[in-house]
Design a protein around this ligand. Structure first.
Ligand code: SF4
Length: 327
């Protein structure tokens, strides 16, 4: 048995049999790649099947290989409902088996008013238990329903905080159950509500305020730098779930109106080496919003999001800063 996460090997075996597959491809997010060999050995212990593991980075269900033979098994994500994805694909959220109660108990002193509870696929099955526990403690807790990019109520993606945004009027703060800081950061920037992170893996409670302020200072500096640019590269992803072609053309039109030149450049995965080859003064990324926020230090030219370009062009005030989201 592989500890900590449920890789649902029996469900995979069932899908192999149902589709009469002889080959499967496994796709793991970065944090689960180290479990890949163990998952392969569990599957091959139960089925006579050829297995290939994708070595490419995978940050979401938006990020599937263009084509694979047989069954594709994507771990760590739910499907994106408003995205038509071809082929035989099985999404396994890799649910954490950790008991969330110890960390929820630690969170209690931090919670005030009505709480919106939110999570990612690895921990979202804990939301029901969390709500029940909070209600037993006399705390009112609710779960929001998001846009069609989200598979499950109470889910957050790094590019979509709609399940939280849709309940901001009703709640005083958000409780994020999960790991890492990027999703809470997206929630903080997307909802402007206080966030408490209850991390069941590290068994700790964190706040995001300092990181949010630091990121806003960084974004302000990047925007200021990009204001000087005369030529922009508009980054367009070839990944189906990140491709915003209409937006890329709208951005090109806006830049033209503002007297700036631009080129739309498509690529599957952006790397500093690929971007630097084009020698533009700044980039606007229409691909995954994480690129500009998480990785901007790796790039020579400033890289901004579409709402940040609106600030540069005077269509939006800095005080109305919003996070880039994909609906
Ligand atoms: S676009 Fe980025 S944040 Fe959104 S699902 Fe894909 S990888 Fe995650």
């Amino acid at each position: 048995m592989i500890p900590d996460f449920d890789f649902e090997v029996d469900k995979i075996i069932e899908a192999i049999k149902k589709g009469n597959h002889t080959t499967i491809t496994l796709q793991f997010p970065e944090g689960l790649k180290r479990r890949a060999a163990k998952v392969v050995s569990e599957i091959t212990g139960k089925a006579d099947i050829k297995i290939i593991i994708s070595g490419e980075p995978c940050y979401g269900a938006c990020d599937l290989p263009a084509s694979t033979d047989g069954l594709l098994v994507n771990f760590g994500h739910y499907p994106i409902p408003n995205l038509v994805q071809e082929g035989d694909i099985l999404f396994i959220p890799a649910r954490s088996k950790i008991d969330p109660l110890p960390v929820l108990k630690k969170a209690l002193p931090e919670l005030e008013g009505i709480i919106g509870v939110i999570s990612t696929p690895q921990h979202i099955h804990m939301l029901g238990q969390a709500i029940e526990f909070l209600q037993e403690q006399g705390i009112r807790a609710v779960i929001g329903k998001g846009s069609e990019r989200l598979h499950t109520d109470g889910q957050v993606l790094g590019c979509n905080t709609s399940a939280a945004r849709n309940i901001t009027e009703k709640i005083d703060m958000l409780l994020f159950i999960g790991t890492g800081n990027f999703h809470p950061l997206a929630l903080a920037l997307g909802t402007k509500k206080p966030i408490i992170i209850a991390d069941p893996v590290l068994k700790e409670i964190r706040k995001i305020d300092e990181l949010k302020e630091k990121v806003l200072r960084q974004r302000h500096a990047v925007i200021t730098q990009a204001k000087e640019a005369k030529t922009f590269g508009i980054l367009l992803s070839t990944k189906q779930g990140q491709r915003r072609e209409e937006l890329a053309h709208q951005i090109a039109d806006k830049l033209k109106e503002a007297g700036k030149s631009s080129v739309i450049i498509e690529m599957e995965t952006a790397t500093p080496q690929k971007l630097d080859a084009f020698k533009v003064d700044a980039w606007v990324s229409t691909a995954c919003p994480r690129l500009a926020i998480d990785d901007y230090m790796a790039y020579t030219s400033p890289i901004i999001t579409p709402p940040e370009l609106d600030i540069i062009l005077g269509h939006r005030e800095w005080e109305d800063y919003i996070f880039d989201e994909i609906e």
